[in-house]
Design a protein around this ligand. Sequence first.
Ligand SMILES: [Zn+2]
Ligand SMILES: [Zn+2]
Length: 465
Amino acid sequence: MSSSLTFYGGVRTVTGSMHLVSNGKAKVIIDCGLFQGRRDEYYRRNSHFPFDPAEIDACILSHAHIDHSGNIPNLVKQGFRGRIVTTSATADLCGVMLPDSGHIQEEDIKYLNKIHTRKGLPLRNPLYTRKDAEDALDYFSGHLYHKPVEIADGFSVTFYDAGHVLGSAIPLLEAGEGSKRLRIAYAVDLGRRNIPILNDPETPPEIDYLFLESTYGGRYHSSVDEAKDKLAHIVNTTVKRGGKIIIPSFALERTQEIAYYLNQLLIEDRIPDIPIYVDSPLAVNITEIFLRHPECYDEEMCEAFKSGNDPLGTNRIEYITDVQDSKRLNQSRKPMIIISASGMCEAGRILHHLKNNIENPKTTIIVVGYMARNTLGRRIVERHKTVKIFGEEYKLRAKIKVMNSFSAHADRNDLLGYVQPLKGGVKRISIVHGDEDQSQKLHDLLEENGLPAHFPEPEERLTLS
Ligand SMILES: [Zn+2]
Ligand SMILES: [Zn+2]
């Protein structure tokens, strides 16, 4: 029987990455991410798998972001009993991120059920609980980069560095035998070159089929140096106004990266010495995991650690875990920088900081990451006049600054640059993980450059040869 790919999730949209690879003998999925969106669609799409989870032999996980890993607890809850194969750093990160996600699901349902009780509607169960997430961790197996791992009958995988977040990988999946052996690489998500902390993305050898992300398939980022200048400028002007700087940030990578830049700006005396807080227990746990995985660092970061520097500013920046300490930040009216999760402003302590500061025109909210459709973060980026936080309307009076250059995603130039050397060898480049217009723009760009671009429909099945 021939091998095939089925594009299930993160197709013509950004979140919910999940794809199936079959070689006729075994079935493997790559990623099992949470789809983000309006509540009803969120529950429907995340709680129903388009296959029987018990029939899947293994799950390959590219990295720990929730839109790639966040539905694994549900997969296990619904009968999956194979191995979840990933890098060691990703396995460690999931050890804190998935239980946190379970906790968020429980809190979210508690809130929803209060409203349902009031309206006499049926109560709902969480998508999964913290306990479900902890149970799923038993199936994880963490591996080093560049070492092939046998995962199922006729399938092996080798992880290459994706340079996107700590532990992120481009899995190279080998399916079939002998001359029929096919090599499928999965560059979803793909990092940028020259970002701090991480290595540049690698290209696995002799790729037959490539999955390629397209989050910024139609857009360009400014350079990292420009980003640092802009950050300094925003901090300085906000401090002059006497306002607070609120940075919604993914607990993984972006928080550490922003901490890295702020720490550098302080050392270079380019911003005033105001308090800087990372207010997210998850980010604190993740920063500890960063310190345990030097195998993922680039040279500069390794050097900084070896010479006893403190590149993540863990001594200068205050990391907050306690709720009372978090609340205290709201009592102070002095300028300060608060970095808090969740990145898309859908849950977590960032909501409290937004609630308390969003109506103050002195405040600056810096958007440093991708905001999916129908999230509070997207409404902030789109500068809606009012936004709902915890069910109440607030006037959006704060200044909004968007800084895409902190993106952990390759932009249009980076993506083209990544695939150009594959010309002549690769049979198909399937474009996924992007809003439709972005994916379409990248598709057209690759075609113009003579590359075999493919823009799959959701649930499309591609036979491999
Ligand atoms: Zn990611
Ligand atoms: Zn992603």
